[in-house]
Design a protein around this ligand. Sequence first.
Ligand code: AMP
Ligand code: ZN
Length: 114
Amino acid sequence: MVDCLFCKFVKKELPTRVVFEDDTCLAFEDINPKAPVHVLVIPKKHLSSTNAMTSEDETGLGHLTLVARKIAQEKKIDQSGYRTVMNTGPDAGQSVFHIHLHLLGGRSMGWPPG
Ligand code: AMP
Ligand code: ZN
């Protein structure tokens, strides 16, 4: 989609710190990390949020979780623990409208989230 920051990362029109890439997804370092490990995993297909998902997207979004787990293993936080979060809409604080899975870890986190 035109003017979508994360689509520009997918199309390599803007640089980002890529952690992993395959045919359907891209993972890169969050520019403003909230934990020692903070990676965003996105589908290459533009979807504005969970609200825009259809059943056709089920497999692709499930894939994001497996990619997040693989990165957690590579960054050696799989045993200490990590959080995967997908913010949807204003109450959740979504600020970029290309769906993304946050992978956060490397420190102890509180619950419930603020
Ligand atoms: P959310 O608030 O769930 O929509 O998350 C958006 C995330 O994108 C935030 O954690 C931002 O720090 C991150 N972000 C915004 N701009 C960039 C960028 N240019 N490169 C990497 N991450 C970004
Ligand atoms: Zn996009």
